[in-house]
Design a protein around this ligand. Structure first.
Ligand SMILES: [Mn+2]
Length: 362
C-alpha cells in the first residue's frame, strides 16, 4: 500500500475551514450519494495536487450523523481507508460564514446549485457532471458535462491524465462507477464506453476484483443491521402535501417481521416520527428481494377514522393488502398502525403518491 496521501490531504484541508480565504469549495449534490461524495473528495484532492499552496476543501453536504445511512458509502470509504474524522460535514461549519471566504465553487455531480446554496451562483467556477446540462453559470471557467454513467468516471479521467492514480483513489472511483452502472451491465443501459475505459484502467488496482467488489458494495447498500427504526424511516423518505393531509412515505428495505424483531415498539416510533414531522399519515413501503420480490406496507395515522377509510381506499385501488399480524408489538399512544402484505408488487411510492393525492384532494 502506498502512503495514504488522500488522508494526509483531507486532514490538512480540514484546517482550511478556519482560513481567512478558501480558494475552492468542492460540493456534490444535496442527496449526497456515493458518486457525489467520492467525486467531491477525489476532485478536491486532484486540484490540491495540481495547485500547490492552494486551499481547496471538499464539503459533504449532509450532517455527519446521516453519513451512516449511506451504507454503501460507509463501505467504499472504508475500503479506500478514508479516516472519516478528516471529512467535513455540513453541520460542522457555518456555511454562510464560510461562503464569505470562498473564492470559487466547484460543482460535481450536479450543475444547478440546491435551493439553499442558490445565492452563491456567482461563485461557481468549475462544473463536472453527468446530468443534463442546465446551461447555468456561463462564467464558469471549466465545464465538463457529459452523459456518462457516473461523475466518478469524469474525475477518474482527469486523475489519469495528471498521473495521480493510487490504490485508495482507484477504490473510491471504481466502487462508485460499478455501483452507478450496475457493474457496467449494458442491459441496464447506464454504462457508456468512457465509464468502461476509465474503470478498466483503475480496476487492476482494486484488490477485491470487479465482481466481488460490486457484489459487496451492493450488499452493503441494503445492509440495515446498524440502523434503528428512526434511521430506517429517514433513510429513503419523501414528504408530501395531499390537500390538507401531510403524508410521509418511507421506503424500507427490510421485511416487517424482521423489523419487529429489531423493535417491539414500532407504533411509538412511527408516532414520534410523525409528530416531529407534523404528519397526519406515515407510511412505510417495505421491499425485500429474497426469496423473490415482495412488498409490504405499514400504515400509521393520527386519526383512527382516517386510517380505516384510507385502507378501504387502498383496497379499491388493488394494492391487494392482506393484514399481517405482528404479535409482539406494544400499542400506540393515540393514532393507529396496521401492517400488510402487498400482493400487487407494481405499486411503488412513485405510483402510490398520485393515487393518494387524488384521494385527499377530491
Ligand atoms: Mn451521479
Amino acid at each position: 500500500m502506498p502512503r495514504h496521501r488522500l488522508n494526509q490531504y483531507l486532514a490538512e484541508a480540514k484546517t482550511y475551514i478556519h482560513c481567512k480565504s478558501i480558494d475552492y469549495l468542492v460540493l456534490g449534490n444535496e442527496a449526497a450519494d456515493l458518486d457525489s461524495m467520492a467525486s467531491a473528495i477525489v476532485y478536491a484532492y486532484l486540484m490540491a495536487a495540481q495547485k500547490n499552496d492552494s486551499t481547496i476543501l471538499a464539503l459533504m453536504p449532509i450532517p455527519r450523523a446521516d453519513f451512516k445511512l449511506r451504507s454503501e458509502a460507509v463501505y467504499v470509504f472504508g475500503q479506500a481507508g478514508i479516516d472519516l474524522n478528516n471529512l467535513v460535514f455540513l453541520d460542522e461549519l457555518n456555511i454562510e460564514a464560510v461562503m464569505k471566504r470562498v473564492s470559487g465553487l466547484v460543482l460535481v455531480d450536479h450543475n444547478r446549485l440546491s435551493s439553499s446554496m442558490d445565492q452563491y451562483g456567482d461563485k461557481v467556477a468549475i462544473i463536472l457532471d453527468h446530468h443534463r446540462d442546465e446551461n447555468l453559470y456561463p462564467h464558469a471557467s471549466k465545464r465538463v458535462i457529459e452523459p456518462v454513467g457516473s461523475t466518478a468516471t469524469l474525475v477518474g479521467e482527469q486523475l489519469i491524465t495528471h498521473d495521480l492514480v493510487d490504490v485508495h483513489l482507484a477504490l473510491l472511483l471504481c466502487g462508485t462507477i460499478l455501483l452507478d452502472t450496475v457493474n457496467m451491465d449494458p442491459a441496464v443501459g447506464r454504462v457508456t464506453p468512457k465509464d468502461e475505459k476509465i474503470a478498466n484502467i483503475l480496476m487492476p488496482l482494486c484488490h477485491p476484483g470487479r465482481q466481488l467488489y460490486f457484489n459487496t458494495i451492493q450488499k452493503a447498500k441494503f445492509n440495515t443491521a446498524d440502523l434503528n427504526t428512526f434511521d430506517l424511516l429517514r433513510r429513503d423518505y419523501k414528504k408530501f402535501q395531499f390537500g390538507n393531509i401531510l403524508c410521509g412515505i418511507a421506503s424500507v428495505p427490510l421485511p416487517l417481521t424482521q423489523w419487529e424483531q429489531k423493535d417491539r415498539a414500532l407504533c411509538l416510533e412511527f408516532e414520534s416520527y410523525a409528530q416531529n414531522q407534523s404528519l397526519d399519515l406515515l407510511l412505510s413501503m417495505n421491499v425485500h428481494a429474497t426469496p423473490g420480490f415482495n412488498r409490504e406496507l405499514a400504515v400509521y395515522c393520527t386519526d383512527l377514522y382516517l386510517h380505516d377509510t384510507l385502507i378501504e381506499f387502498l383496497q379499491k385501488k388493488n394494492l391487494e393488502l392482506t393484514p399481517l399480524i405482528l404479535k409482539n408489538q406494544t400499542s400506540c399512544l393515540k393514532g393507529k398502525i396496521s401492517f400488510y402484505r402487498q400482493g400487487n408488487p407494481g405499486i411503488s411510492r412513485k405510483k402510490l403518491s398520485p393515487l393518494l393525492d387524488d384521494y385527499f384532494t377530491s
